[in-house]
Write a protein that binds this ligand. Structure first.
Ligand code: UDX
Length: 453
């Protein structure tokens, strides 16, 4: 049994702490937020993540997981200290490292035994070296330590499964012995372990997230072209995905990426490049295409409502940046709701779990009890988040409750033909839809021409 401290009980920290405890280690999770620690001690989760509450409860009960606000308590007898504090976006798009700095200083001032400090937070390339410098400068007397980068690749909603079944574990350090010890901690996960230098490990994280964001913006660009030319992006993605050089994942066209990672990481990578005099043109295009998705959604609904949003009631199906989370960070819903409000529409919304978080950001939006209450009297509905529960709605009931049966499907969860036959004015994303039901559309030789007509 190894003893591990995890500094920061946000998303990444809490999942990391609970999972390492579940692997049989003794884990002490620390946060300077006393309220958060008190709630965790009572068994209350600060975030929504499927399976987390149960995992925490089980490991607390087994005595493998404890919570504290005291660095002394966390570091006494501890060999590994993970830093998993937040790295929010700073003013110019660079990562704000004040919490990393504070954690490194506190570790330096408290540690009494040799320690391996492991950066889990996504930090700019070079931060590992900087953390080592901070620790060296703030130690009251020299105690040996090493810094290892071990970036997380956790997705919200499946973070526990992602931790337990990683595609790879990336470790960066100049101290090969320390990297080897951290590799041992990960051995039960049976994943490929890549050991490299600190900066390369930090870069692997940014490059991975920027590539995934690029895939999303790429397919969204293709969706735009599909719409203009009368092709169906859903089938294009399937056709592309069978080529193993491309792969089927992250080719879902829609409203673009949101969340706590992709927007922040792409911006931070571009910022790092520019600081060194490079021109990250592709990254800028990725960000621009992503921002356009939100404007496009507002424009589509405006078109579908005959060119006018003023006085119209628009209902948003879903608010979270993706399903299975209550996270609203960088959710397309925010820009879309604001765009609609600015255009004079009345905006309502329903989300299974994100309404509380969303109300704080969007106080003007009226929250509804369920999708049917949302539909009642609405001029248009927009699918913003592809929650499973939206896939099996009683669409006829929804249609009958609406003032006008207009539905913009920002995540392509419905079949255009079915929607058309049900009498909806329906549009998905990148589906070259001409406004006619499939049977009628077949008679149209060139859908692109019909679109123009
Ligand atoms: C992401 C990374 O996947 C994870 O490895 C990293 O460490 C943190 O960031 P997360 O933000 O939880 O995880 O969500 P993810 O499931 O990757 O989706 C990100 C966004 O992209 C969502 O807004 C989602 O709707 C969007 N997306 C994803 C698409 O629009 N199309 C796709 O094909 C895939």
């Amino acid at each position: 049994m190894k003893q591990i401290a995890v500094v920061g009980v946000g998303y990444v920290g809490l999942v990391t702490a609970a999972c390492f405890a579940d692997l049989g280690n003794k884990v002490i999770a620390l946060d300077i937020d006393e309220g958060k620690i008190a709630r965790l001690k009572r068994g209350e989760m600060p975030i929504y993540e499927p399976g987390l509450e149960e995992l925490v409860r089980r490991n607390v009960h087994a005595g493998r997981l404890t919570f504290t606000t005291s660095y002394r308590e966390a570091l006494t007898g501890t060999e590994f200290a993970f830093i998993a504090v937040g790295t929010p976006e700073g003013v110019d798009g660079e990562a704000d490292l004040r919490y990393v700095e504070a954690a490194a200083k506190s570790i330096a001032q408290t540690m009494q035994d040799p320690l391996i400090v492991i950066n889990k937070s996504t930090v700019p390339v070079g931060t590992g070296d900087w953390v080592a410098e901070i620790i060296r400068e703030h130690q009251p007397q020299p105690v040996p330590f090493s810094v290892v980068s071990c970036p997380e690749f956790l997705r919200e909603g499946s973070a526990i499964a992602d931790f337990m079944n990683p595609h790879r574990v990336v470790l960066g350090s100049t101290d090969k012995e320390a990297a080897e010890k951290v590799a041992q901690l990960h051995l039960p996960l049976r994943a490929p372990i890549i050991v490299t230098d600190l900066r390369t490990a930090e870069m692997i994280k940014y490059a991975s997230n920027a590539f995934l964001a690029t895939k999303i913006s790429f397919i969204n660009e293709i969706a735009n072209i599909c719409e203009a030319l009368g092709a169906d992006v859903e089938e294009v993605a399937v056709g592309m995905g069978y080529d193993p050089r491309i792969g089927p994942l992250f080719l879902k066209a829609g409203l673009g990426y949101g969340g706590s990672c992709f927007p922040k990481d792409v911006k931070a990578l571009a910022h790092m490049a520019e600081e060194k005099g490079r021109h990250p043109q592709l990254l800028h295009a990725v960000m621009e295409i992503n921002a356009d998705r939100r404007r496009m959604a507002v424009e589509r609904v405006r078109e579908m409502l005959g060119g006018e949003l003023k006085g119209k009631i628009v209902g948003l199906l879903g608010l979270a940046f993706k399903p299975n989370t209550d996270d609203m960070r960088e959710s397309p819903a925010i820009d879309i709701a604001r765009g609609l409000l600015e255009a004079g529409a009345e905006v309502r919304a329903y989300d299974p779990i994100a309404m509380e978080n969303a109300s704080r950001l969007l106080p003007e939006v009226v929250m509804c009890a369920d999708p049917y209450a949302l539909a009642e009297g609405s001029d248009a509905l927009m699918v913003i988040t592809d929650w499973n529960e939206f896939k099996q709605l009683d669409l006829e009931r929804l249609r009958d409750l609406m003032r006008q049966p207009v539905l913009f499907d920002g995540r392509n969860i419905y079949d255009p033909d079915v929607m058309c036959k049900l009498g909806f004015t329906y549009r998905g994303v990148g589906r070259g839809y001409t406004g006619a039901c499939a049977d009628d559309a077949q008679s149209s030789a060139d859908p692109a021409e019909t679109e123009k007509a």
